[in-house]
Ligand binder design. Structure first.
Ligand code: GDP
Ligand code: GDP
Length: 447
């Protein structure tokens, strides 16, 4: 029987830690008192939250009666509890707003490796809204408005906890970490490309049967349907766009990619494959579509089809590679695979690459890892000082996955040059294992 994932509740006294603990554990195991530092009789219990099971530790039990100093409160036991936990719930009192002690605790948490979820407690009935907003400045992912006493925000807490609980379970099982279960759900894949690139041939090959409609009656509907199949035991859901079904009967002189198809692909897919015709190479059209996919935050793979009839393959490959790197400044090193929808060459690798790309696109790094990297990156290449005034970059946090999105806090960040932002984004991609997925970076100045 695997050990339950552990969740530690932290926060300054009186923010509602014990109330939350009671709600999660479902029994009055911890005493609740208005006075800070009241001794608690129990500190650990098994919690259930909408079916999610985990062990919860209420660090309020470790508070001492010396409320004046942080070390007095955040004692060794609290530290140990947080370090050993799979995730920390950091409570603040959203009615009181962010206090200096909250900031101190935040600073301490940021230096650690434990992922942190900020719960803006006492926010029942939209109370404390400004406190919730203030909590953004603590530098973690989006704070969850919550009320421990009234049981509001439980579903949002569930959503926030789920990836961490799942990650902890995966870690237990196969010693993997830092990925919010990339295997969850079918891989949602879309194939886009100009007419005649070989999209329907490719899909037919995948499905190994003539399931795609290629007759002239197809294409009446512009709606997308999806096709499910399995690749080596893993589920793949292919978004079948209208353009796949509408056989290019009439030569489209402009060879436009249907805007609606691209839209559908972007809306539905986790990973978009842009299929190129190797006998034609990469054209401006293709770059535009690639750019659109990346702008929308989807993971992108380039597949060079008809490799079986490619002329001078090495030169062709190099040409496409260079054109991509020059044409898509925001993402260098996009995966480029060579395939043949005819012979089936490279199709396994294409699906493998799509699964890998999805995993990177879904990946979360801990704030600790991120900031160790960040400190080095800033040391190596400090930000400029426009007009002699230093731009002070304080810390970085990953706010979201799919696509990986980061928030950088600092002063005068509005003056940070674009080149420096690109330096950070490229570094995050290269050093923290995000590969060529689109990475977002937002700059924020704390108030
Ligand atoms: P701890 O010191 O962090 O463990 O905080 P407690 O759980 O003992 O709660 C401190 C006080 O805040 C108690 O009076 C609770 O009733 C109150 N409290 C806890 N959660 C909420 C909440 O969601 N809303 C409001 N309004 N009060 C709360
Ligand atoms: P779509 O318009 O993108 O769906 O392209 P189709 O699948 O209809 O293919 C266009 C043409 O390219 C057809 O004549 C296919 O037979 C041909 N084709 C597709 N894939 C390959 C391939 O891997 N190698 C070669 N030599 N021809 C291919």
């Amino acid at each position: 029987m695997a050990k339950l994932p552990t969740v530690a509740i932290v926060g300054r006294p009186n923010v509602g830690k014990s109330t939350l603990f009671n709600r999660l554990v479902g029994k009055k195991l911890a005493l609740v008192d208005d006075r800070p530092g009241v001794t608690r009789d129990r500190r650990e219990g098994d919690a259930t939250l909408i079916g999610l099971e985990f062990r919860v530790i209420d660090t309020a039990g470790f508070e001492t009666d010396d409320p004046q100093t942080l070390p007095g409160r955040m004692r060794a036991q609290t530290e140990a509890a947080v370090i050993q936990a799979d995730v920390a719930l950091f409570l603040i009192d959203s009615r009181a707003g962010v206090t200096p002690l909250d900031e101190e605790i935040a600073q301490w948490l940021r230096n650690g490796d434990t992922p942190v979820i900020v719960l803006a407690n006492k926010a029942e009935g939209r109370a404390g809204e400004s406190g919730v907003i203030e909590a953004f400045a603590l530098g973690f992912a989006e704070p969850v408005p919550f009320s421990a006493e009234h049981g509001e925000g439980l579903a949002d807490l569930f959503d926030a906890l789920l990836p961490h609980i799942e990650a902890a379970t995966i870690e237990e099982d196969e010693d993997e970490f830092d990925e919010a279960d990339p295997e969850a759900g079918p891989l949602k894949l879309a194939i886009v490309g100009r007419p005649n690139a070989g999209k329907s041939t490719l899909v037919n090959k995948f499905l190994n049967e003539e399931r795609m409609i290629t007759g002239p009656e197809a294409g009446i509907t512009r709606d997308s349907i999806s096709i499910d199949w399995e690749h080596k035991g893993r589920a793949v859901r292919l978004i079948d766009t209208a353009g796949l079904r509408r056989k290019a009967k009439v030569e489209d002189k402009l060879e436009r990619l249907s805007a609606a198809d691209t839209r559908h692909a972007i809306d539905f897919a986790e990973v978009v494959v842009l299929l190129l015709d190797a006998t034609r190479g990469l054209e401006a059209q293709d770059l535009r579509i690639a750019d659109q996919v990346l702008q929308e935050g989807r993971a992108l793979i380039i597949a060079l089809n008809k490799w079986d009839v490619a002329d001078n393959p090495p030169a062709l490959f190099q040409g496409v590679r260079t054109a991509l790197d020059e044409g898509l400044a925001q993402v260098k090193g996009l995966p480029v695979l060579t395939v043949s929808a005819f012979t089936g060459r490279g199709l396994d690798q294409l699906i493998e690459a799509a699964f890998e790309t999805r995993a990177a696109w879904s990946k979360r790094v801990t704030t600790g890892q991120l900031n160790r990297w960040f400190e080095k990156a800033v040391e190596l290449n400090p930000p400029p000082a426009p007009g002699g005034k230093r731009i002070k970059l304080r810390y970085l946090t990953q706010a979201r996955v799919r696509p990986p999105s980061f928030v950088l806090f600092g002063t005068r960040v509005d003056q940070l040059p674009e080149s420096y932002r690109r330096y950070l984004v490229n570094g995050i991609r290269r050093d923290l294992g995000f590969g060529a997925v689109p990475v977002r970076l937002t700059l924020r100045a704390p108030k």
